[in-house]
Design a protein around this ligand. Structure first.
Ligand code: MG
Length: 243
């Protein structure tokens, strides 16, 4: 009886595997998933990405000051922080892969946190620090690529002031229950210029300039924001893929 059951299960297995081209599985092997991965054009940007800024206009962004149109200066394919306040995407996004390119000013002014400071705010509140950290010391969990005041980057992979750099961010939004209690912290992975600098770290909460990080419940889909810290940092080639 047992042998008969085994043989019939093995038979079903063989039929399942036979339906998957190129896969000859034996009992115990994991069969391929039913659905074929979608075919996309890798780009860049990938064909399934939403382009948030293509160097021409900031129509997908609003000013955080008054929710009106974003007023950062757009020229020569880049948007430059100009003191008009932070900007945020018009739409909200959940778990995502975010690509963003930035450059701190070629003419170096200031030091520490006052030099080429900006930031990428995931869910509008968890900052991946943007800073000129090329031969510019500050507290380590506040330098470029830090999850601000929580995690220093694994290495300092900064290019020189004025040079274009990239962040590729994989972000999973924290989850809250109906009462607003944290169920699962958010996680972030960051590659700077192709180098891993944050490896799936658990966000501890929102951070301000001071005080302990603290979670406050928020919806899954929130705008991505870019910080105006008073330094003329440039941005270009921003795209996002929701996961
Ligand atoms: Mg900042």
């Amino acid at each position: 009886m047992r042998i008969a059951t085994f043989l019939s299960l093995a038979g079903i297995g063989a039929l399942t595997f036979a339906a998957c081209p190129g896969f000859a599985g034996e009992p115990g092997e994991i069969p391929p998933p039913k659905d074929e991965p979608r075919v996309i054009d890798a780009g860049p940007p990938p064909s399934d990405a939403i382009v948030l800024f293509d160097g021409k206009d900031l129509s997908r962004w609003v000013s955080q000051k008054d929710s009106g149109p974003a007023r950062w200066e757009v020229k020569e394919g880049a948007a430059t922080v100009n003191g008009s306040g932070g900007i945020a995407t018009r739409d909200g996004y959940g778990d995502c892969q975010l690509h963003i390119e930035w450059a701190t000013p070629a003419v170096v002014k200031g030091s520490g946190q006052g030099r080429g400071n900006s930031g990428v705010y995931l869910s509008g509140r968890y900052e991946v620090q943007v800073l000129d950290s090329y031969e510019n010391k500050t507290y380590f969990h506040g330098q470029a690529g830090a999850i601000y005041k929580q995690y220093a980057p694994l290495v300092n992979a900064c290019r020189k002031p004025g040079e274009w750099q990239s962040y590729d961010i994989i972000y999973h939004v924290p989850r809250f229950d109906a009462d607003g209690k944290l169920q699962k912290p958010g996680t972030v992975t960051v590659l700077q210029n192709g180098v891993l600098i944050q490896d799936n770290v658990e966000i501890m909460g929102s951070t301000g300039p001071s005080g302990a990080p603290k979670y406050r419940a928020h919806p899954l889909k929130q705008p991505i924001a870019l910080q105006d810290h008073g330094n003329p940092v440039r941005y270009r080639n921003i795209w996002i893929r929701e996961l």
